[in-house]
Design a protein around this ligand. Structure first.
Ligand SMILES: Cc1ncc(COP(=O)(O)O)c(C=O)c1O
Length: 389
């Protein structure tokens, strides 16, 4: 099956049964059993990882979503978590122990960095941040347990050479974990490129409608899957059935939404690139982007979110531009059907390059609106910016 067919048919149960098209929502804390023997054996063998035993261990809706995502990712198994962030933190907690060292890209999602710098530090797991374009082979230590990648990275959208990273990390006997929320399992398949654990903030494109938070962790092999499954159960991290239902509904239209949003984003990004006010559009599908060659080699498409730096150093002019945008609402998420703009203060929290040559870094998320309308909105914004600066 091709991806588009998978999106429609995965996670729907056996074909040919009478019933609803969509798996109904199974709301549950308690699961009841017909006799003592079946109750006492509910965690035995494979049942531990498959059976529906209690709401906090996941419901039929979580199971269906996990199976669908796992198949699309080409993994051994997927664990569904309460948020995209908890998918990350659960993975880091499950796969490290006191005395370990990890390498994390310097362009990692901010709250991932915070988790490493606070919680992992307290548990004596040491983090080194590497520049996204670095050759990491010289940074691996005997106790390096894993490398955490994100490509392109948050806010600044630097690409990374994932096949090169997986090759040197595996030669060292360590694991590669990737936050692949930007690539989605449609436009980049981490496991095919050697990554051991692929993470999605399903909150973004999979859910796709800005109305829930959810995470997914897909492991390439059984042993890692079990470690992740057991850790999320021990921590009590779970996604509720309503959110799993909605995420699976979003999954059905992921392909058409992404392709249309990619097309719209490319039009808007190219237009911005040609504007005099713009210093740089940080978007790997643009030929001018430093990560373009890697993106073209490894990715089947692009998400519709990118960074923009402006030439002006006047932050009040930038605020005048952004405050009155009509279609780009100010908000910090992405991956929904609607356009958004996020404004980030510099210096960025980075170990290497702080991005402080501009006062504010913009992030645009392009939705399903007509790209001409979005450009008109931005054009009016530039008039305000120019009136102020
Ligand atoms: C790259 C990336 N990873 C993970 C997350 C976390 O997802 P959630 O908001 O569901 O916790 C986000 C959220 O913005 C993100 O941008």
């Amino acid at each position: 099956m091709k991806n588009d067919t998978k999106l429609i048919h995965l996670g729907r149960g056996e074909p040919g049964q009478e019933g609803t098209v969509n798996l109904p929502i199974h709301r549950a804390s308690t699961i009841v059993y017909s006799n003592v023997a079946s109750y006492l054996s509910r965690f035995d063998g494979e049942r531990r990882y498959r059976a529906i035993t209690y709401g906090a261990n996941g419901t039929h809706n979580a199971r269906a979503l996990a199976d669908a995502v796992s198949e699309l990712e080409g993994g051994y198994g997927t664990v569904v978590t309460g948020t995209g962030l908890s998918a990350i933190t659960m993975t880091l907690a499950a796969l490290t122990r006191s005395g370990d060292h990890i390498l994390v890209t310097d362009s990692v999602y901010g709250p991932t960095r915070k988790f490493c710098d606070t919680v992992l530090t307290r548990y004596r797991v040491e983090t080194t941040y590497y520049p996204p374009a670095a050759d990491i082979s010289g940074l691996l230590r005997p106790n390096t347990k894993l490398v955490f990648t994100e490509a392109p990275g948050s806010l600044t959208f630097e690409m990374q050479d994932i096949p090169a990273i997986t090759e040197s990390v595996h030669a060292h006997g360590a694991l590669v974990v990737m936050d692949n929320t930007w690539g989605t399992p449609l436009f980049f398949k981490p496991i095919e490129h050697g990554v051991d654990v692929s993470i999605q903030a399903g909150t973004k494109y999979i859910a796709g409608h800005s109305d829930l938070v959810i995470g997914m962790i897909t492991a390439d092999d059984e042993a890692i899957y079990r470690q992740l499954f057991d850790a999320t159960r021990s921590f009590g991290d779970v996604a509720g059935p309503d959110d799993c239902y909605l995420a699976l509904r979003g999954f059905r239209t992921l392909g058409v939404r992404l392709r249309q949003q990619q097309e719209n984003a490319l039009i808007v990004a190219q237009w911005l690139h040609d504007r005099d006010e713009v210093e740089q559009v940080l978007y790997p599908p643009l030929p001018s982007d430093p990560g373009h060659a890697i993106w073209q080699r490894d990715f089947a498409g692009a998400a519709s979110v990118f960074g923009v730096t402006l030439k002006t150093a006047d932050s009040s002019a930038i605020e005048a531009m952004v405050n009155h945008l009509g279609l780009f609402q100010i908000g910090s998420s992405w991956g929904g059907y609607e356009s958004l703009v996020a404004v980030n203060k510099t210096p960025l929290e980075r170990a290497h390059v702080h991005w402080d040559h501009v006062p504010l870094l913009l992030r645009l998320h392009v939705g399903l609106e007509d790209p001409g309308d979005l450009i008109a909105d931005l054009e009016a914004g530039f008039e305000r910016l120019n009136g102020k600066s």
